[in-house]
Structures are given as structure tokens and as C-alpha cells.
Design a protein around this ligand. Sequence first.
Ligand code: AMP
Length: 213
Amino acid sequence: MNLILMGPPGAGKGTQARRIAERYAIPQLSTGDMLRAAVKAGSPVGLQAKAAMESGALVTDDIVVGIIADRLKEADCAKGFILDGFPRTVPQAAALDKVLAGMSIAIDHVVDMEVDSEALVARITGRSTCSKCGEGYHAVSKKPSVAGVCDKCGGELTQRADDNEATVRNRLKVYNEQTAPLIDYYKKSGNFKAVDGMAEMNQVFDSICAVLG
Ligand code: AMP
């Protein structure tokens, strides 16, 4: 099963993608995670991506398309994959179509998580993630038992550098201008479904699974 999970920043794509990956035993391919790892490692890609990421702008299409094209060739993608945060522009979607055609595979489902844009700033600025196991937390809706410590594994909770209000507002603007047009792009493909991303986390997961079958 080859899936694209769409939605604005803060919609909960990462959380849902992790759960889908577990349920369907397919990898989650998050360009955001890959880019953050590249920045941390100080690799050439990381050095090129750093400034754009810090301001909430998009990294150039050629960089992200290159990363995804390489990743899709890895053995664990043979059974399927979840694209999380990619594509984010129409040219990226067109490039993905080409890469997939070259591999004789296609996207089976595009799931869009619809959320109220007013809720997104509060959602994003309150979130933190375990640096060890990746579990997500929120200052209001999902507090850890001990501040700054993961309930699951005891790892340290960290906030993303781009989860501050100014950057979040720019990321939402960029989403509306450059990523939202992908909804029409994929509606034409016939395998597009929207789910209510404002519902409770388990309910959102159930709606996504109902689409995937
Ligand atoms: P995310 O973790 O998906 O919110 O991505 C964090 C940041 O990484 C974004 O704000 C962009 O700067 C960059 N990024 C992630 N995926 C892409 C993409 N497909 N195209 C361009 N930039 C991306």
C-alpha cells in the first residue's frame, strides 16, 4: 500500500503516520524528519536546508525530490510506504509521479487531514516530542506525568526549533499558497479522501484506516 498523508502543519500527520506504519508494517517517509537529521548531521543537504527550515519556508524541490527518490529505492519500501510531508508543491507531485512511473508503482491512497486553521497555531506551539522514541506530547491536551520527560521511555522531551509562533504563521501561509493546490491535483487522480483531523486522535486513526481498508 502506497499512501500520501496530507494536511497543514500541525494537523497531526506525524502522529498518524507513525500509527499507520505500525498497523500496516510499512515505513513512514517524513521529509521533515529526514531534513532535520541532515541539519543535525551538518551534511551538505542539511547546510542547504537549514535557513529555509528555520524561517518556515520550503526547501527547494530538487533537494526533497532527490531525498525521496533515493529513499523509495530502499528495500523496506517494496511492501509500501507512507509519504508524510511530501509532496508539498505541485512540481514535487509531478516529479513524484515520474519517479513512481519509473519504478512501475503508483499511489493507492491520498488522505487529507482537514483541520481548522485557527486551532493550528495553539496545537503546534504547545507540542513537544521525545528525543528517544518520538512519542508526541502537548502542553494542554497531552501533558507528560513529569515535565520534560517521556512517559513511555523516560527520554527527554524537546521542542522543534521551527515550532515558535512567528515561524508557524509563515509555515501556514506557505501551506496555503504552495501546498493546498495539491488537493485539487490529487482530487483529479480519483484516490483522494479527506478525513476530519479535528476529531480525537483515535477517531482520526479509525477514519484513516477505514479509507485504507
Ligand atoms: P515538517 O516536519 O513536515 O513540518 O517539515 C519541517 C520543514 O522542513 C518545513 O517547514 C520545510 O522547511 C521543510 N520541508 C519538509 N518537507 C518538505 C518538502 N516536501 N518540500 C519542501 N520543504 C520541506
